[in-house]
Design a protein around this ligand. Structure first.
Ligand code: 6GU
Length: 249
């Protein structure tokens, strides 16, 4: 998968060289390129924002630098708009322009697994009060391109960078070969639709007077699986009553 990010703070993405994502990049499973939006400005101050039409607080990101940046990034690279990039008939996405915004659709685990099958993702990270709405509108009309305005939850961040990092991590770890152990994908929170993962334990068997639940030391795989399922269900009811109610319907 090829991923491009456009931001006025490319340094946020330094962390993408670490851990799982860093290894996947080194192994050639993922290509990640980060671009500075200000490279597409033309004035001495490299201006990317302006005051909002209609008044109000804060600044809005200007469409011109965004249009030039996204045109250049979308046109670049080994995958132009090749047949490879076209969305599949089965709903497999081709090229997706993701605009992180608190007013977007919720990014959840099903969204992550759908986007993990895309050939290419381009993240447009806005700051301030957001990007002029005509930018998303313009690219929605472009053939071969899907535009997704996505929020990572009901709170407001200072910009799209951290949200993009969250999405990139959630998506890329689902790409075959990125995670060492494919089985760890099967059992974790949310992969069994709407069920949280129960508690986990390792050695020693007693720590500061606290014991590991004896069933886990029993060697009885059937009982262990049943216990884990019950723990997952009760944890979901306690921690996320809304999620549990949805599941039970
Ligand atoms: Cl995607 N962006 C910002 N700025 N704030 C958010 C968000 C995104 N998702 C939740 N809060």
């Amino acid at each position: 998968m090829r991923i491009d990010v456009v931001s006025i703070f490319p340094d946020y993405f330094q962390s993408a060289g670490l851990s799982l994502l860093g290894r996947a990049r080194a192994a050639g499973l993922i290509r990640l390129d980060v671009h500075d939006l200000r490279d597409w400005t033309r004035d001495r101050h490299r201006t990317v924002d302006d005051t909002p039409y209609g008044g109000g607080a804060g600044m809005v990101m200007s469409p011109r630098p965004w249009g030039e940046a996204l045109d250049a990034v979308l046109a670049a690279g080994e995958l132009g708009l090749a047949p490879d990039d076209v969305a599949g008939p089965d709903g497999t996405p081709g090229v997706v322009l993701i605009v992180p915004t608190p007013s977007g659709e919720l990014f959840d685990q099903p969204t992550a697994s759908r986007l993990a099958r895309a050939t290419r993702l381009v993240f447009a990270c806005g700051r301030y009060e957001g990007i002029d709405a005509r930018v998303a509108r313009h690219y929605r009309d472009r053939a071969g391109l899907e535009v997704a305005e996505l929020s990572i939850g009901d709170y407001v961040l200072a910009g799209g960078e951290v949200a993009a990092l969250v999405m990139i991590e959630a998506i890329t770890r689902l790409i075959p070969g990125v995670l060492g152990n494919a089985e760890s994908l099967a059992e974790e929170s949310h992969t069994q639709a709407g069920l949280l993962e129960g508690p986990v334990y390792t050695k020693p068997p007693v720590w500061r007077g606290l014991e590991v639940p004896p069933v886990l030391l029993s060697g009885d795989h059937g009982r262990i699986a049943a216990w884990r399922q019950a723990q997952a269900e009760s944890r979901t009811r306690v921690m996320r009553p809304g999620l549990a109610a949805q599941r039970e319907n």
